[in-house]
Design a protein around this ligand. Structure first.
Ligand SMILES: *Cc1c(COP(=O)(O)O)cnc(C)c1O
Length: 427
């Protein structure tokens, strides 16, 4: 089951489209590399999530770091979304995009004084506190401002999310959250602090999780904590189950939103709590592709090895889409205008000077120089992780809506990349 039902990127008459716009038109108009999003797919993903929660007391907080584009934040805000932020920068983005501060939860292990002040000033819904010392700091920052900070503790339920170690966050030995064993005692401390108001319990166990059981195991632990806190006179108004539902990149079969929501809600029957969700990838991942052009084909020499390496050198690189280099992540790569005839197996690589600069290994493609490729499932942690490594301007971002298309982020200009730099004058 796919997490987005609208398949916005389909072949029509032998060419790949985004909704009703040929991707070749996008490339002609805005050049490559660029990110292309489907508005219909974004809306559909959000509404599918909502549908599973119909009639329940809930809030869907889009995890901004998955894709912080103002246009996308604005779209989700218009659909009623809240936001999960992890920095003061993301707070500013959500506000600039018209997000409601009273629907913002603030996660992250390293909140600075300044970030706490900004969030208290904005009047956010909840701080997801990740350590004892953060709790003390938040209490004193709130006291200085004469405010009360609403909090959840992010507890670490110590369940294995069965995902890549870099994106697994719910195990004991990682930097996120407070140990399950010390959470109850910390809640008692928090409840006694004059400028802290205990609102909820939060947990987030990792990303790209494709099974239900880790979510349900984590929720069981959270609920046992909630029950224990109740006996101590600490009542919990909301449970934040975090994000982390996976998407289909290749052949993964993550639970459908409805199935996931139903399983979560079943465990909460009879409890008077609001449920919060922090999905990131699942709302945007399959709503975007990265469009790139083949610059060079470099065919391996048959005499070199029994299996020669052919390279397709494209104009996008690890600075544009970092997931393959960072996590060895798989993204499907397809020709925008598939050709007939013999295909070859290629390493699809970028121009950056790193052996880790690849977008895909061993891809069977029938391509020529100048052809366009679409790197699929690039809507999440694509542009948001892009950098200027090798002094490469970050790509343009384009939104497609039916037969309309428009820029939502212009391609960076090279001169802007060093505009803040200073060459000291000779003394
Ligand atoms: C990254 C993150 C999310 C979103 O994770 P996805 O796998 O994209 O759904 C949610 N909550 C927190 C605290 C995060 O750090």
């Amino acid at each position: 089951m796919k997490t987005t039902d609208v398949n916005a990127f389909t072949l029509k008459n032998g060419a790949l489209f985004a909704e009703n716009v040929p991707l070749s038109t996008i490339a002609d108009t805005y050049h490559t590399p660029c990110y292309v999003y489907s508005k219909a797919a974004l809306i559909d993903a959000f509404q599918q999530f909502q549908l599973g929660l119909l009639g329940t007391n809930h809030l869907i907080c889009f995890a901004v770091k998955a894709n912080p584009s103002l246009a996308i934040l604005n779209l989700f805000a218009s659909l009623g979304a809240g936001f999960d932020i992890v920095s003061g920068g993301e707070l500013a983005r959500v506000l600039a995009a018209g997000g409601n501060p009273q629907k913002i939860v603030f996660s992250g292990v390293g909140k600075s004084h300044e970030e706490m002040r900004a969030a208290l000033n904005a009047g956010i819904l909840c701080f997801n506190v990740e350590s004892e010392n953060e709790l003390h700091r938040l209490n004193s920052v709130a006291a200085e401002m004469g405010k009360i900070a609403p909090i959840s503790l992010r507890v670490n339920p110590n369940v294995d999310a069965k995902t890549h170690p870099y994106i697994s966050t719910g195990l004991k030995n990682n930097k996120f959250g407070v140990a399950f064993e010390s959470a109850a005692q910390l809640y008692e401390q928090a409840a006694a602090m004059p400028n802290i108001a205990v609102h909820g319990v939060d947990c987030h166990i990792g990303s790209q999780i494709t099974e239900l059981s880790p979510f349900l195991d984590a929720l069981d632990r959270v609920l046992s904590l909630v029950d224990h806190l109740e006996t101590k006179g600490i009542s919990i108004a909301h449970i934040d189950v975090g994000g982390g539902i996976g998407i289909t990149y290749a052949d993964e079969t993550p639970p459908a939103f409805a199935e996931y929501a139903k399983a979560i809600m079943q465990k909460l029957v009879g409890r008077n709590v609001k449920v919060m969700f922090e999905p990131g990838r699942a709302l945007v991942g399959n709503a975007g592709v990265m469009l790139t052009k083949v610059e060079y084909l470099k065919m391996g020499n048959l005499d070199d090895a029994d299996k020669p390496k052919h390279f397709a050198i494209v104009d996008a690189a690890m600075n544009d889409l970092m997931r393959p280099a960072l996590y060895d992540a798989y993204h499907e790569i397809v020709a925008v205008e598939p050709r007939d005839g013999e295909a070859h197996t290629y390493e699809v690589v970028g121009p950056v000077c790193e052996s880790g600069d690849f977008l895909g290994h061993d891809r069977l493609l029938n391509i020529q120089e100048g052809d366009l490729l679409a790197v699929k499932s690039a809507g999440a942690y694509g542009m948001s992780m892009a950098s200027n490594y090798n002094t490469r301007a970050r790509a343009a971002e384009i939104m497609v809506d039916g037969d309309q298309h428009y820029v939502i982020r212009a391609r960076e200009k090279i001169e802007d990349l060093f505009a803040l730099e200073i060459v000291p004058s000779p003394r």
